[in-house]
Design a protein around this ligand. Structure first.
Ligand code: GLY
Length: 575
């Protein structure tokens, strides 16, 4: 009943030349469309949504014991490093956006950095061409990890429970083992060849002829590493035995991370980026993530159009979203990088006048051509496998954090004797202007490699405020698709009235300027809409499912709804 009513309300703008497709749209909705009113887990006070049920349960327990959202986040981050090793990590980095119940906001950058011996041409051959795979697999692909320093910094500034209490559940899981899910068993099986190829010492905890659902997997070396971090804090990772194991690993595998690199790593507290969209305040990550800027740019460009009157599956909606994505990603390629190394024109990129000009070339009838969309030119003198968790605690504090090794299982290198995977985040730098990385993203000098520099990211941990209160916490993995997944979830909820669960379940599509086509999950749109999009000039490419959005929505009565992405084993937990 609810669905039919909703469709009826939305029919008005369809009385256009597109109305001939309306009947087909109705059929699509009844067969394939997510139910916009389907609710996820609803709790009274506290909620964690993450990529793994065990991690979500641990975060919830920490809050039940009196911990706040930041305590829970630290516990979830460590738990994911054990139970979700393809993206959860202590050998990678991430971003955390948080909003305390007094309205204050903060953003923690624990992104990896390039080692001191890194150089702009380190992945190029003698002819100046990128060596395939060099920045993506093996020891040379790893940046200096930031996760441990990040968690310690978050705890120092906002934690309320002892750090040892927050890391202990992960230690127990690594020591005692846990049961593999079907999906994780499959992923581990696919990893075996790379583990043999890229490790100097066989990582026994991860290696097996064939993993199955329900197998128990333990990692004693990781448990010992986590204990050293519990007992010695920063020195348990960035110096002492763990640092020695990392540096020895580098020497055996011709990597370049040194003791000095580890000693010098520091996380950075940054001011979150904020903007308004239809009266909602959007709080997101500043550079070296491109996520916050691109998200705010796109929302601004969309705001003039009546998305709420158009249906989510209307070709006008999809076309508009694709066109703003195209424009934002063109700016990303040119202007975004580590702000410590390159002056990112944040104010200019978010200037409403600039964005208005950006849309002058937009036509509702016709797709643009990406080669005709170039980045803005500012007179300024002189940044797919990741994981996100969203948390709201009983006091009303909120955390949105995205953490990553970059590719699935990062560089595929396990630090021998320490039990954890190293990231392959160096691939997020631009190897050479115009040459795409693993996500097909091109970049320029703003994101060129330099010693100590942070590589540009797409991670977009975001919090949405309504009338001065937290309204939504959202984020996703997915490389370049992160930004557009977060965008589409905000639009699903604010413009299309979706519940959190229906929003994260909804099929997605993605445009990133180059390559110049619209990527689409299967069944993302009715055939009728696809026909109209193609008639406007969009090239559409179907692709595998992507992103695993974890969202929390504050309901009108103050309860919390978790949206856990059905594309994985993701789960909401709370009370
Ligand atoms: N490695 C994915 C990102 O940071 O965007």
């Amino acid at each position: 009943m609810h669905i039919l009513k909703r469709v009826f309300v939305l029919t008005k703008p369809l009385l256009t030349k597109e109305s001939t497709y309306f009947f087909l749209l109705l059929i699509f909705l009844s067969c394939n469309g997510p139910v916009p009113l389907q609710r996820g887990l609803v709790t009274d006070k506290a909620m964690v949504v993450s990529a793994h049920p065990l991690a979500s349960a641990i975060g919830s327990e920490i809050m039940q014991k009196g911990g706040n959202a930041i305590d829970a986040a630290i516990a979830v981050e460590f738990a994911l490093a054990v139970v979700y090793p393809r993206a959860g990590n202590i050998g990678g980095g991430g971003f955390m956006v948080l909003r305390m119940n007094d309205g204050s906001m903060d953003a923690l950058d624990y992104r990896e950095r390039a080692p001191a011996r890194a150089s702009a041409d380190m992945y190029l051959d003698s002819l100046g061409q990128p060596v395939p795979g060099l920045s993506f697999k093996g020891h040379l692909a790893a940046g200096v990890p930031g996760t441990i320093a990040g968690m310690l910094a978050a705890h120092e500034k906002y934690g309320t429970l002892p750090f040892s209490q927050l890391i202990q559940p992960a230690i127990n899981l690594a020591k005692g083992g846990f049961e593999l899910t079907q999906k994780e068993a499959k992923k581990l099986n696919a990893l075996q060849k790379d583990l043999s190829e890229f490790n100097t010492v066989a990582p026994e905890s991860f290696m097996k002829m064939s993993w199955h659902k329900g197998d128990s997997i333990a990692n004693p070396d990781l448990s010992e590493t986590l204990k050293r971090i519990r007992d010695h804090g920063r020195d348990g990772f960035y110096s002492g035995r763990t640092a020695a194991l990392i540096v020895e690993e580098m020497k055996r595998g011709n990597g370049i991370i040194s003791y000095e690199d580890l000693k010098n790593y520091r996380p950075i507290w940054r001011r979150p980026l904020t903007g308004m969209y239809r009266g909602y305040k959007i709080i997101s990550m500043p550079p070296p993530s491109s996520g916050g800027i691109a998200l705010l740019q796109m929302l601004n460009m969309i705001e003039d159009y009546p998305l709420g009157e158009w249906h989510k599956y209307d070709s006008r909606t999809v076309h508009l979203i694709a066109e703003v994505e195209r424009r934002a990603f063109s700016d990303r390629a040119t202007h975004l990088g580590d702000p410590e190394y390159h002056p990112v024109p944040v104010k200019e990129l978010l200037d409403p006048k600039y964005l208005e000009e950006r849309m002058l070339s937009f036509s509702l009838d016709e797709a643009a051509v990406s080669t005709a969309i170039t980045a803005g030119n500012f007179s300024l003198v002189e940044s797919e496998e990741t994981t996100h968790y969203s948390i709201i605690d009983p006091m009303g504090n909120a955390v949105s954090a995205t953490t990553t090794l970059n590719g699935s299982y990062g560089s595929k290198v396990v630090v021998a004797g320490a039990g954890f995977l190293l990231n392959n985040e160096m691939d997020d730098f631009s190897m050479k202007p115009g040459v795409p990385n693993a996500y097909g993203l091109v970049g320029g000098t703003a994101n060129a490699i330099a010693p100590g520099k942070r590589m540009l990211s797409s991670m977009t941990p975001t919090i949405v405020e309504k009338e001065g209160q937290v309204h939504m916490v959202v984020g996703s993995p997915g490389g370049s698709t992160i930004i557009t997944s977060v965008l589409q979830n905000i639009l699903n909820v604010i413009d299309h009235g979706y519940t959190m669960q229906a929003s994260v379940s909804a099929r997605r599509y993605h445009h990133q300027w180059l390559p110049d086509y619209l990527q689409m999950e299967s069944n993302a749109l009715p055939d009728s809409t696809m026909v109209l999009l193609e008639a406007k000039g969009h090239q559409i490419k179907k692709r595998s499912d992507y992103g695993r959005v974890e969202g929390i929505l504050v309901l009108a009565d103050g309860r919390l709804e978790g949206g856990a992405d059905p594309r994985g084993d993701d789960a909401a937990a709370g009370f």
